[in-house]
Ligand binder design. Sequence first.
Ligand SMILES: *[C@@H]1O[C@H](CO)[C@@H](O)[C@H](O)[C@H]1NC(C)=O
Ligand SMILES: *[C@@H]1O[C@H](CO)[C@@H](O)[C@H](O)[C@H]1NC(C)=O
Ligand SMILES: CC(=O)N[C@H]1CO[C@H](CO)[C@@H](O)[C@@H]1O
Length: 355
Amino acid sequence: MAKLIGLTFVGLLLALYKNHQSSYQRRLNALREVTPVDLPNCNLVKGVETGAEDLEILPNGLAFLSTGLKYPGIKSFDPDKPGKILLMDLNEKDPAVLELEITGNKLDKSSFNPHGVSTFTDEDNAVYLLVVNHPDSKSTVEVFKFQEEERSLLHLKTITHELLPSINDIAAVGPESFYATNDHYFADPYLKSWEMYLGLSWSNVVYYSPDKVQVVAEGFDFANGIGISPDGKHVYIAELLAHKIHVYEKHANWTLTPLKVLDFDTLVDNISVDPVTGDLWVGCHPNGIRIFFYDSEKPPGSEVIRIQNILSEEPKVTVVYAENGTVLQGTTVASVYKGKLLIGTVFHRALYCDL
Ligand SMILES: *[C@@H]1O[C@H](CO)[C@@H](O)[C@H](O)[C@H]1NC(C)=O
Ligand SMILES: *[C@@H]1O[C@H](CO)[C@@H](O)[C@H](O)[C@H]1NC(C)=O
Ligand SMILES: CC(=O)N[C@H]1CO[C@H](CO)[C@@H](O)[C@@H]1O
């Protein structure tokens, strides 16, 4: 009898394991292969070799790129060098990148580890760059003022908060206020492995301002990119391991209510909203195993999708670019400017194409 119970117990554990194993494979989209989709005139951006995890393009064509991210368990081609913020002028014919010098004396540049970036432009046209930073595995948001003439960033402030333990991405709504997605990577990579493996969906979204900080959405299987519609009425959140994009209604008091959810066959990372058309451009990982377990023989591929009319009954979803990793590995973000597409990656290169 005892033996039977023992065997049943082992059987149960095996079934549980198998169940998790298959759900894990499904969440990571482990079996997906990429069908290539090409774009004309693609060029790798010179000077980007260690990632452009996030980027944002200002309406005047100046683009900020964060490079050199060190992320627990994820590949880095230069793990000993601090990260940087790069500037690219998309009005130039063959734009190159320039490292923005950081001025001010409160930021430790040797441990600078930039991740998500977001800009806010005030009524006097001053541009603030908010950067998620992970110095020594902590999570902070650094506020910079962009000095366009000097091509530098003046560091103004470091923001930390107990509700922001492990920030991934931010969407600025003021010089010191933003929505942020929290994953658990930096808070506790070990716990994160279990959370990821078991699909515990502990990830959330927090609204931060100097007077109020609150959780505005939760229960995500790895909340990643976040974006705001041009009219400021909707917030889009990418749920990486559930392959979903959530649309929320944004209220005057900054709370969010769920409106609709879109499903994809790819791991959706960062969302960039075209300020002119309102289209969403999403950098995606077609196969998550390859991004989380790097193998140079089977590198992670790249995929960029565009979503048009997201609020309508039938949004139009187009795969605009897809590639198996020979050219571009691990795309996280894509953004448009005047008929061109700039594509960034976690730890690899950046690609600039005609649309
Ligand atoms: C925020 O505004 C929404 C919409 O008006 C309302 O339903 C909600 O109760 C408000 N929440 C708080 C905490 O004030
Ligand atoms: C990726 O695609 C290219 C061109 O289609 C092909 O030559 C290459 O073998 C593929 N690589 C992998 C790792 O599948
Ligand atoms: C290009 C682009 O829009 N990137 C966005 C990635 O996501 C963060 C917020 O989650 C935005 O701040 C970036 O602008």
